[in-house]
Design a binder for this molecule. Structure first.
Ligand code: SAH
Ligand code: SF4
Ligand code: F3S
Length: 507
């Protein structure tokens, strides 16, 4: 019996005439059943009155009736891989409650899982929310929920309470596991419900998860961050660093492998400090060794590495491992030691360059990628040129470049000498150009060779092609069909197109 069926059985066995259990996850199993009951009653009333037919149309309604769904839902993810993984958990809880996933926001329950890492992320959410509010005017019975990092900011919640009264449910990053409990309360109380925890040391295991892809999956190995880089809001909205136990992680990956998953991405804000705070400490490198032994798992990726904690032991594992992919995302942020100090990054330009050289020496074909911030307070032209120098020296395959965004509550927001917008924009353009030039030079090194490719999907522009990824994460398109999806195949790299290949399957 797989994990989902086990969880389903436990949910069904809960006794709703008794008070809710105190322990997790049993408490949430109880509320999944309770919410399901309430949703079903409403749905049955709507079917009887003809409202359901009007809302869903005949085809959809028939499908819902046969598959025992009592409503539709849509979870929209903003932000990083952690949020994407959280959304898979939220979707699974909604499905257990009886919501069927809809194609778009034309659904009974719409949940935005938000990001607040840069001001732009917030603006996107407010924009989409405005449109959703207009939709709700026409369909007053729909529910709108907001969760994730933005909700951990009191000013945001205040703004929602005053200017976005149509929102039904607000919760934060620490209590996403409570979704079923909160929905039950919202069903009963029938008014805006806000429940945002300030922090937690809890890690609730064994709730349902729904995977977006059948053959690959993210796996959280830790939550939160303790680094407090001076520009960054993440430690405030995600809380203190907590590692999952290696046993829980290994068991989850074994279950995923049994279920057909071949590639996993280990997730954490700073995976290199994994395990240090556990009762029985274990290093990230050691965790990788253990994951490597799991049969069925062919590819192991991880995100994100902080340069200050990247150990020789990890480099050794990457060198020896057959499964750990030759790709390292190593955020630089700035090439100026002075700015790095102000950013509280705890490494210098020289240390970063040494580290990159050491990794390249151990794993020569590795793809190095990075994140860079332009316009941190006090950044001078000289500081910026140091960043350009590192990009030239390291030769990243690609880099995400960001304009510094002031986040209220972080130390950098209170710093004087914020850099003028036009200066930042000019530097940003110069950096982007250099990043693209160096990227085009170094990627493409596999041209003319045969590489292992994990096929991910049918090409979105040409249905005769499939799209997959090399171990180093480079994209390749080649002729093939849906039967290849989820398989690892040998592909000849025929042509390099700047940042992807066109190829031919070998056998
Ligand atoms: N934990 C990861 C990063 C998470 S945030 C790490 O330490 O590498 C992803 C990226 O967003 C960061 O690497 C940084 O480049 C960028 N970022 C974070 N805060 C920012 C801010 N205030 N302005 C601009 N970019 C920011
Ligand atoms: Fe933010 Fe730094 Fe933590 Fe990354 S390591 S999440 S940049 S504080
Ligand atoms: Fe954004 Fe939160 Fe991730 S702020 S980048 S979604 S941890």
């Amino acid at each position: 019996m797989n994990n989902d069926e086990e969880i389903r059985k436990k949910i069904d066995s809960m006794d709703l005439s008794a008070p809710p259990p105190e322990n997790e996850p049993e408490r949430q199993y109880y509320f999944i059943k309770a919410a399901r009951k309430l949703l079903k009653e409403k749905f049955e009333a709507d079917v009887a009155s003809g409202k359901a037919l009007e809302r869903y149309g005949k085809e959809r309604l028939d499908e819902m009736l046969t598959k025992e769904f009592f409503g539709t839902c849509c979870v929209v993810t903003f932000g990083c891989q952690m949020n994407a993984r959280d959304s898979e958990k939220l979707t699974a809880i909604l499905e257990q409650i009886g919501y069927q996933e809809a194609e778009d926001e034309n659904a009974d329950f719409v949940l935005y899982n938000t990001c607040t890492v840069r001001e732009n992320a917030n603006l996107k959410v407010y924009g989409r929310l405005g449109q959703l509010g207009a939709r709700k005017k026409k369909h007053p019975e729909m529910l709108i929920g907001l969760c994730g990092c933005m909700m951990q900011e009191p000013e945001v919640v205040q703004k929602l309470k005053t200017s976005y009264r149509f929102v039904d449910l607000i919760f934060g990053t620490h209590n996403i596991f409570q979704l079923a409990e909160l929905i039950t309360r919202r069903f009963l109380e029938k008014k805006m419900l806000v429940e945002v925890w300030e922090g937690t040391d809890k890690i609730v295991e064994n709730l349902p998860v729904d995977r977006k892809y059948a053959f690959k999956s993210g796996v959280n190995i830790m939550f939160g961050c303790n680094n407090f880089c001076s520009y960054c809001i993440v430690p405030y909205v995600r809380g203190r660093e907590r590692s999952r136990s290696p046993e829980e992680i290994i068991n989850e990956i074994k279950r995923l492998a049994d279920d057909g998953v071949v590639e996993i991405m280990l997730l954490g804000q700073n995976v290199n400090s994994y395990g240090k705070t556990l009762a029985e400490p274990i290093s990230f490198a050691e965790l990788l060794r253990r994951v490597e032994e799991i049969p069925g798992i062919e590819r192991i990726r991880f995100m994100t590495s902080h340069p200050k904690d990247l150990s020789d032991e990890l480099i050794q594992v990457m060198k020896e491992s057959k499964k750990v992919c030759p790709h390292l995302h190593l955020p630089l942020q700035s090439g100026s030691s002075r700015i790095l100090k102000a950013m509280n990054r705890k490494y210098t330009k020289e240390q970063y360059l040494e580290l990159a050289a050491k990794i390249r020496q151990a794993v020569p074909d590795i793809s190095l990628t990075t994140d860079i911030i332009v316009g941190f307070p006090g950044e001078t032209e000289e500081d910026f040129l140091e960043t350009m120098d590192v990009v030239e020296k390291v030769q990243f395959d690609s880099a995400f470049t960001f304009i510094y965004s002031k986040r209220t509550g972080t130390p950098a927001a209170a710093m004087e000498n914020q850099v003028p917008e036009d200066v930042v924009k000019d530097r940003f353009d110069r950096l982007l150009k250099l990043v693209q030039e160096t990227g085009a030079k170094v990627s493409g090194r596999e041209l003319g060779t045969v590489q292992k490719v994990l096929v991910e999907e049918i090409n979105s522009h040409d249905s005769h092609l499939v799209t997959g990824r090399l171990g180093n994460n480079t994209v390749v398109h080649f002729p093939g069909d849906a039967s290849l999806i989820g398989k690892i195949v040998d592909v000849h790299m025929d042509e390099f197109k700047g940042f992807y290949y066109m190829g031919t399957k070998v056998r």
